[in-house]
Design a protein around this ligand. Structure first.
Ligand SMILES: Nc1ncnc2c1ncn2[C@@H]1O[C@H](COP(=O)(O)OP(=O)(O)O)[C@@H](O)[C@H]1O
Ligand SMILES: [Mg+2]
Length: 253
């Protein structure tokens, strides 16, 4: 298993945002995490990516316990993410926004960057090359040097994706990457996600567009009020009575 989530619990005050959530993800799979608003999907990503400590439970990445690691260390370990609400620096260029993804994990640190050491130049060049490659992956290589503020919403989402890619992750957490995209953009996003899987990146996908989820996912985990109420193949989940009642509703039944 590339990722094992075991008995994760997390409360905010009296609210149990995650309650004993467990699942495993095999390598090179696309796992969709679905559920109504407030179900705990983003909280789950925040726990896996090291932004929140869980109250209970363990996160294993390739068998190693990474629970409680700070976010930069999780990212360096190979788990990268994007955010539900875009997290970009409007006045910086597209390229700079992507490179930011790696500086957090740069080995040289602040001291070295004050005195441009040879190591730092080398590292800077390597980061620049990864950023160019990531921008090419998401089709933004022509826009590298313009400010992010000049891009369309769909293109900005791709900048965030490129930023996650330059960590060369083996697990990528995508929190509603299709939100606000038009049909054509969603199609190209789906194609991109499939290409990531071919490149041996395991994807965890939070997405409300059920046709996109059913089309892409190898497996689905359903959260409701912080609990995992079902998991399985798209076919199994789609025909699960509890899932239909609590989430998919009449329109999808
Ligand atoms: N930082 C936080 N502080 C307080 N409550 C939070 C925080 N983050 C999430 N919650 C609450 O936890 C529950 C789950 O939220 P969230 O994980 O964002 O759900 P989802 O992403 O499935 O819509 C919600 O009731 C939300 O209000
Ligand atoms: Mg959310």
């Amino acid at each position: 298993m590339v990722l094992d989530v075991q008995n994760i619990g997390r409360s905010f005050g009296g609210l149990r945002a995650l309650d004993d959530v467990s699942f495993s993800v095999e390598p090179n799979r696309i796992l969709a995490v679905i559920g109504p608003n407030g179900a705990g999907k983003t909280t789950l990503f925040n726990v896996i990516s090291g932004l929140f400590l869980p109250d209970t439970g363990t996160v294993l990445h390739r068998g190693q316990d990474v629970t409680g690691y700070p976010a930069w260390r999780i990212a360096r370990h190979g788990i990268a993410r994007t955010f539900q609400n875009l997290c970009l620096f409007e006045n910086m260029t597209v390229l700079e926004n992507v490179m930011v993804g790696r500086h957090g994990s740069s080995r040289c640190g602040i001291l070295a960057s004050l005195f441009h050491t040879p190591t730092q130049h080398r590292e800077e060049r390597a980061i620049r090359q990864s950023a160019d490659a990531a921008l090419a992956d998401v089709g933004l290589e022509q826009h590298a040097n313009i400010p992010v503020g000049a891009l369309s919403f769909g293109q900005r989402r791709m900048v965030e994706l490129a930023r996650a890619l330059i960590m060369t992750p083996d697990v990528l957490l995508l929190d509603e990457p299709g939100a606000g995209l038009n049909t054509r953009e969603k199609l190209s996003l789906s194609g991109l996600i499939r290409r990531f899987r071919e490149r041996a990146i395991t994807i965890l996908l939070v997405e409300h567009d059920m046709s996109m989820v059913m089309d892409l996912a190898d497996r689905i985990v359903v959260l409701d009020h912080g609990r995992c109420i079902a998991s399985g193949t798209p076919e199994q989940v789609r025909s699960d009575p509890q899932v239909i009642a609590s989430y998919l509703g009449g329109a999808h039944a």
